[in-house]
Design a protein around this ligand. Structure first.
Ligand SMILES: [Fe+2]
Length: 439
């Protein structure tokens, strides 16, 4: 049989194929319950290898060892089915296994190669883009999609999602005009395309269009909020835009009523929560006892040693709550990763550990220590994963520390840098004014 885009599947079950098509569309839109859709189908059709490969990939790329047993179970179920699978399905299982084993680079290249050989395998494209995101491959976020776009047109199911993925890649590559156009078209084609809406929010964040960012996310909220898998992160974007507009009350309302309501059950949500509180807290604002729940949830993950980006955000929660023991466990785990194999070791060495140490220094009020760790890491942050907007938390921290350290020249330089790409930002203008007033 074939999926709705003509990719061959080793199953004779129309119900399994329909479930895969449905789960893929849900994942593409970050909407609904793609895992539940496939789990139900696999109960009836346990030999459906692409279903297991799909689940393994989704669980492995959650970047949270909390889901590790689910990944293992899916890979174990896929193993005995490999002799009867086609080459594409075998490659999907191999990619998920590589990712689960920590070889994010080879996993991403494997998904990327599947997409080259089967350019209408949108799941492979999406997984490759997720991999590129975790690896900080800004240009590949764009070009992994561009490689296969000639094989797509609006008659192919999921074309809008391809535009949404391309939009995010264009944004990360700095092509804001084409990114915004593609993202808007994606959302017009499917208002539930949370990734497309997210791409446009990124454009507005990077261009300092905070008013438009809030308005865009409010206008598209009905599509990405309810049953949305990216809802927490899109609320994070809205809150960051509110902070840029100087509306702390709106930011905290989004945090309390939206982000917390969605829960702190996954590492990605915890990154959003920590990143938001950190930005507010480092500017000197009181966030009440909001750190406690975030730090508690990170404590349970302090020794995962999985992903430098996670560890940076765990460090923020521990620094703000002065949790020495938890920070110690986190740093030791990251130091072990730095000695290991794969790109993760490089990420921990070049980005994870320096950022962690800089953030921890900030919590202790050691402003020069912050600068010693963070400034040399600034050019290399991408290897730690995430988007430009997310990684800006590090530059943000360094800017505030430069002012508090009394390093007038560095404060002027960092604020000039920030204003060069986001001149209208009240936060950036406030920093510039403080830097200019330094004696
Ligand atoms: Fe984002």
């Amino acid at each position: 049989m074939q999926d709705c885009r003509g990719n061959a599947l080793s199953t004779a079950s129309p119900a399994a194929v329909a479930a895969l098509d449905s789960a893929t569309a849900q994942l593409n839109a970050f909407h609904g319950d793609p895992v539940g859709t496939l789990v139900a189908a696999l109960k009836a059709e346990p030999d459906f290898i692409m279903g297991h490969a799909f689940l393994a990939a989704v669980f492995a790329t959650a970047m949270d060892r909390t889901f590790e047993s689910y990944t293992d179970r899916a890979l174990s179920a896929a193993g005995p089915l490999l002799p009867h699978a086609n080459e594409r399905e075998r490659a999907h299982v191999a990619a998920a296994r590589l990712f689960a084993d920590g070889d994010f680079e080879r996993a991403t290249e494997t998904w990327g190669r599947i997409a080259i050989d089967h350019p209408r395998d949108i799941f492979a494209v999406q997984m490759a883009q997720q991999g590129d995101f975790f690896l900080g491959h800004s240009i590949m976020l764009r070009d992994r999609v561009a490689r296969v776009l000639p094989h797509w047109n609006e008659s192919v199911p999921g074309y809008g999602f391809m535009l949404g993925m391309h939009a995010f890649g264009l944004e990360e590559a700095g092509d804001y005009r084409r990114a915004e156009a593609a993202g808007r078209e994606a959302v017009t084609r499917d208002p539930q395309d949370a990734w497309g809406a997210h791409a446009v929010a990124h454009v507005m964040e990077m261009e300092g269009r905070a008013d438009e960012g809030v308005a865009w996310l409010r206008a598209t909220q009905a599509g990405w909020d309810r049953d949305g898998l990216l809802a927490c992160h899109n609320w994070w974007h809205m809150a960051v835009a509110e902070l840029d507009r100087g509306d702390l009350g709106a930011l905290l309302a989004i945090y309390d009523e939206r982000i917390l309501t969605l829960g702190l059950a996954q590492a990605m949500q915890l990154c959003d929560a920590a990143a938001l509180l950190w930005r507010v807290w480092t500017l000197g604002h009181d966030v009440g006892d909001r750190w406690t729940a975030v730090a508690d949830a990170w404590e349970a993950r302090a020794e995962q040693g999985l992903y430098a980006f996670n560890d940076m955000h765990a460090a923020m929660a521990f620094a703000a709550t002065r949790r020495d023991a938890a920070y110690g466990r986190l740093e030791r785990a990251a130091a072990r990763v730095a000695e290991g194999r794969f790109v993760n070791a490089l990420a921990a060495r070049e980005a994870g550990l320096p950022v962690m140490r800089g953030v921890w220094a900030f919590g202790r009020g050691d402003w020069q220590g912050v600068l010693d760790h963070l400034v040399p890491a600034l050019p290399k942050l991408a290897i730690g994963g995430g988007s430009h907007a997310q990684r800006d938390a590090v530059h943000w921290t360094a800017t505030e520390a430069a002012i508090r350290a009394g390093d007038r020249a560095l404060a002027a330089a960092l604020t000039a840098e920030r204003l060069s790409w986001k001149a209208g930002s009240p936060v950036n203008r406030a920093w510039a004014a403080r830097a200019a007033a330094m004696g």
